[in-house]
Design a protein around this ligand. Structure first.
Ligand SMILES: N[C@@H](CCC(=O)N[C@@H](CS)C(=O)NCC(=O)O)C(=O)O
Length: 216
């Protein structure tokens, strides 16, 4: 069965899914959906028919298909449980999911492309105001994420210590976004340390946006 990931190289939500696929050692085919203003393939047919939410990522695995990176990550974890990306104890799983949600629900949606375009287009904010908005939501989320990472730092190199989890698949793409928008990361040394460790692993290196087939 072919796993197909509808993706755009710079999409951080798709980057989360790529990381999980790589960490689980699953082969997949990337189908590029351009989010470039002027192209916006995600808002047109045929992609719109496939995913009416008009967002990437979208995953197909045989007869199964789903949008929304968090749903896809949970699907992959349940369908391909080894190697696991969640700890066993319920309390620890909740902590990982809480961390993921703090990024995927409370940072990323506020800084998504359509939000930035709306700020500039409909609301007429300047580039400086848009960038301040962007940085604000990163800092708001990363302050709390850093505390979690520091609490686990002695236990190992990942956000939750010894083992890689879904938390890392959500953090690393958000750090990529922060750097892309020149948001300083000096206040988050442990997040930067986790990122550096992850970057040394092939599953993470292969998932970097610049290493994707549709990178221009
Ligand atoms: N909650 C969704 C968010 C997906 C999302 O926002 N994807 C972005 C790329 S990172 C997108 O497709 N943006 C298109 C747009 O804003 O028009 C998920 O986690 O999959």
């Amino acid at each position: 069965m072919t796993i197909r990931l509808y993706s755009y190289w710079r999409s951080s939500a798709a980057y989360r899914v790529r990381l999980a696929l790589n960490l689980k050692g699953l082969d997949f085919e990337t189908v590029s959906v351009s989010l470039m203003p002027g192209e916006s393939e995600h808002r047109k047919e045929p992609y719109r028919a496939r995913n009416p939410q008009m967002l990437v990522p979208f995953l197909e695995d045989g007869d199964f298909s789903s949008g929304q990176s968090q749903a896809i990550l949970e699907y992959l974890e349940e369908t391909y449980p080894e190697p696991t990306l969640l700890p066993k104890p319920a309390q620890e799983r909740a902590a990982v999911r809480s961390f993921c949600n703090s990024i995927c629900c409370d940072i990323h949606p506020l800084n998504n492309l359509r939000v930035l375009l709306y700020l500039k287009g409909e609301l007429g904010v300047s580039d400086e105001q848009r960038d301040a908005w962007y940085a604000n939501w990163i800092h708001e989320g990363f302050r709390a994420a850093e505390i979690v990472a520091v609490e686990n730092a002695t236990a190992g190199p990942f956000v939750f210590g010894e083992s890689v989890t879904l938390a890392d698949t959500c953090l690393i793409p958000q750090i990529y976004n922060a750097r892309r928008f020149n948001v300083p990361l000096d206040d988050y040394p442990q997040l930067v340390t986790v990122d550096a460790h992850c970057a040394s692993l092939p599953a993470f290196a292969d998932a970097v946006p610049e290493n994707q087939p549709d990178h221009d």
